[in-house]
Design a protein around this ligand. Structure first.
Ligand code: GRF
Length: 220
């Protein structure tokens, strides 16, 4: 909830998201991505579009999802991308799920793990198997508002600027070095849905760029 809507609307037009490059770095061979998703899959699709247009030199080897209802499965099918349901309810522990995720990613020869709306905590098992090669996108300007309901948290706090962050994944939720961020204004009358939609537009712009950027940095 904003206590100062007039100030916000006057300042809103000066808040910008980063301009994006016309071309992204090229690699010896396309980056081999494995996407982890739990929801609608709009970020997965934005990455697929960036690849299809030739902007991002990569291929999505497989989409892993944990929720049988996740719309990302239909999107993957439309894009002819293999998808695999690994329902967390069928695993005894987080580690056991991560082991299966690793096996699947390795079977599809994935180099980069791209969490795009993956709503499960990962363990050191997965992080250790892909050192500095697991990325996540979060709908806030981290380190503000980590965790669930980030957009609601920002509105609740009366934030004037919101946004999204692509970061390397570490054990603590929504921590890890930041690769890229984009900001959006919080406008008077925003609801979680309107603000989320504005943030998602930026997510779709920056995630492909952040993947290419991260891939230019050698893993530790
Ligand atoms: C995104 O807003 C992302 O920031 C958050 O989950 C959402 C996933 O959206 N982690 P989608 O499934 O990519 O449409």
């Amino acid at each position: 909830m904003s206590l100062f809507p007039d100030v916000v609307s006057k300042n809103a037009s000066s808040i910008i998201s980063p301009p994006l490059p016309d071309s992204l770095p090229e690699f010896d061979s396309p980056l081999r991505l494995g996407i982890l998703a739990s929801g609608s899959g709009s970020n997965m699709e934005a990455i697929a579009q960036a690849i299809q247009s030739g902007w991002l030199q990569a291929q999505i080897q497989v989409v892993i999802y944990n929720n049988p209802q996740a719309h990302v499965a239909q999107r993957a099918q439309q894009w002819d991308i293999p998808s695999m349901l690994l329902n967390h309810r069928h695993f005894a522990s987080r580690e056991a799920l991560d082991e299966q995720i690793i096996q699947t990613l390795q079977a599809y020869e994935v180099d980069w793990v791209i969490m795009a709306g993956w709503m499960r905590r990962v363990t050191e098992v997965l992080i250790g198997a892909f050192p500095r090669r697991v990325l996540n996108i979060h709908p806030s300007l981290l380190p503000s508002f980590p965790g669930i309901r980030a957009v609601e948290q920002a509105l609740q706090a009366g934030a004037k600027v919101a946004g999204c962050t692509v970061h390397y994944v570490e054990l603590e939720v929504d921590s890890g070095p930041i690769v890229m961020q984009a900001a959006v204004p919080v406008l008077p009358g925003d609801t979680p849905e309107t603000l989320q939609a504005r943030i998602q537009q930026q997510e779709h712009r920056i995630y492909p760029v952040a993947i290419a950027l991260a891939a230019t940095v050698p893993p530790k």
